[in-house]
Design a protein. Structure first.
Lengths: 219, 219, 219, 219
DNA sequence: TATGAATGAGGGTTCATTCAT
DNA sequence: TATGAATGAACCCTCATTCAT
């Protein structure tokens, strides 16, 4: 009566399988957030049976955490490298940082998307964005430090709160990418040409750098 | 069939009931977003039987739309009034607009919360934020107009794209309130004192106004 | 706080109201059967508030019974009148009865429709079709009697069971109208011309009368 | 989330499970029709959790379709085989067909029951009775053809519409079994002895064959 | 490791019916 | 009588998760 094993495993490559699940999960979480994501759909997208997810991850939450980890590790690492790697602190460093950040978001669209979900869902309140490391805080400290150095060097007006400066520039870049596609304010969607991104970047740098500089650039 | 039941508190005040449901729904949507919100919990919070929700609203989606309408109507109305009401265009108008907007968000915390969910959920893509009116677009046009007037009057550097200027200032205010409570960047949470809000507002105005001004204020 | 009676009754004509409900109910039961019918829709169709139904009827079941009564009373009455009214029993009486029955069904399409629902739903098993009277049985007895008279008079073959004869002719007529519109066997739907009904009637009479006659009509 | 539960009898026999669901569904649909059937009761009868139904079927409708398919496939197949299989066309072929059909309905009581529901529910109007095949139409064509052959051979009166002849004989058999148990006309229920079925069959054949024959049998 | 059947707690929604006004 | 808000038990279906194979 008992049927002999009718099916065999296809890929038999744990590494690949895990990656497939993770990738499918990322897409699903990006699109629907944690609550809206369906493990069944993730399995389908990853072309694995539903149950297999639970061999690689402890559950939906764990899978989500893994996705966040995978997505934000390079984000934080890159930021750290960038901020800590520059030798000479000048106006250029900050400008470069902004550009780098902006382009990173542009090229990794899941980052702003997942951040948007993260921010919306205040349920996580006390959970750090990335599980293992407390890079968020570190990053900010480092960024603020660099700003402070800029202030000491006379490029940046000393009365500004370094933390605020960092937040302002991060927020402007982030918001541009997070609000893409939502009809919140239509700005930038009008023409539909991709260069709007870069145009906005230039605008933001213009305004922002001038806003924090000690003296207006002769430009 | 389905012999009904002994009743308890037939309150008999439709106006009140509807408001209770709407209010409970707002809280639930704010906390969990559309997908995560549970009609059962809304009913419990509103102290009505679950079925009654469907007497007042066509379904979860309709309820959500009603909440959005209710929340954003004053938002758009206030913005419009403010922007269109000012006679003389000077640097003060813009500054006042920023302050007004910032305080509105501060005093109506569901607005940034719901906006955060809205932005995260790109599924709505082609749905205007508020059902009946297309105020979002109107607002931006009006704001941009005012900026252009400022440029014509010589207060604002003419090479800036008015739409971008509006977006920058909106985003800075919005992001501050949206990111409250999420451990994204810890900025502003450190002390926990409420004045951080106002401090940041002053900072933002400082930087932003200087960034867009034609000549640096003598400060 | 308590609102003064904001609405007045419109029609204030109990007779009319009852009739409206009954009529709407009939349409709804015809279309969806007892289980599928919705009291809410009946109320809407009748343009009365939901609750009003319960002033006129005890509930859905009672309403259904009332509809059945109203629909089948003329059915049974007419049959009785026809069968009992004829004086002379000849082949014509039976043929006329068939014609009458067939046309009655044709002109009162809810009858076959409700009968179809009734037959499908064996849950009623022990409930007579019409509440108050036991006309079904009476009718058959009377019909069978007339057949027996016909047998005695030599028009109808004596070896036939009179009850069967009645049933056969009733069933043929009934089935024609009950199966209208269902793609069971497409017969009769082909041309779509209404005369198919009458053509079939002639066919049925032809076959049936010949089938029960003692000697084939010279035709 | 939703930590699952201790399990009991994981039976692990998909074939069997599917069959159990289908069988329970058939019983439920027979008894209450599509609208009146409850998936919960089906699950209970089949001794499976309610959710499992949706592993095998897409929904109630799909389940219903599967039941119809399963029930009517043999019906149509048998009819086709019978009608197409006979070599010599004589009066016997038709008589045999009637007997076969009648006995099929007698031994497969769900067929008339489901047909009754189907006929009652005109909502399906444009849906063929059985999903995949259009056998209904084919069947009638074939049946009509056979009748026409009988007319050509001189057994059946040529002025009769073959389609009508088929319908008449199908309807008589069907109606007998469909009306069983409903107190429409009490005929045949009086004695309660099972032979009434066969008695009626003989009656029907007698009347019907005589009614369509070219010349009355010498009997 | 892989597979997909099995599990049962809700999820949103409907509905007949009651009742205050 | 008339009105429509109120009630709560189902109903169909979904879903994260477990487990036999």
């Amino acid at each position: 009566m008992t049927k002999p094993h009718p099916s065999r495993n296809r890929s038999r490559d744990p590494e690949r399988t895990r990656a497939a699940i993770l990738s499918a999960a990322r897409a699903e979480f990006v699109e629907h957030g944690f609550t809206g994501a369906r493990t069944g759909i993730i399995a389908t997208k990853a072309e694995v049976p539903q149950g297999l997810i639970y061999h690689y991850f402890e559950g939906k939450q764990d899978l989500f955490d893994a996705v966040m980890e995978e997505v934000f590790a390079p984000y934080f690492d890159g930021m750290m490298a960038m901020l800590s790697g520059a030798q000479e602190v000048g106006p250029d460093l900050l400008e470069q940082a902004i550009r780098l950040y902006f382009h990173f978001l542009k090229e990794n669209p899941h980052v702003p998307r997942l951040l948007a979900w993260w921010m919306a869902n205040q349920g996580w309140k006390d959970k750090p964005l990335v599980h293992k490391r407390e890079l968020g805080a570190e990053l900010e400290v480092l960024g603020a430090q660099r700003i402070a150095e800029g202030q000491a060097a006379g490029f940046i007006r000393p009365e500004l709160d370094p933390g605020f400066v960092v937040k302002t520039f991060v927020d402007i870049c982030l918001m541009w990418h997070m609000s893409k596609g939502s009809h919140l304010l239509e700005c930038g969607l009008v023409e539909g040409c991709e260069d709007r991104d870069l145009e906005y970047l230039e605008h933001a740098i213009e305004v922002f750098m001038r806003g924090i500089a000690t003296s207006p650039p002769s430009s």
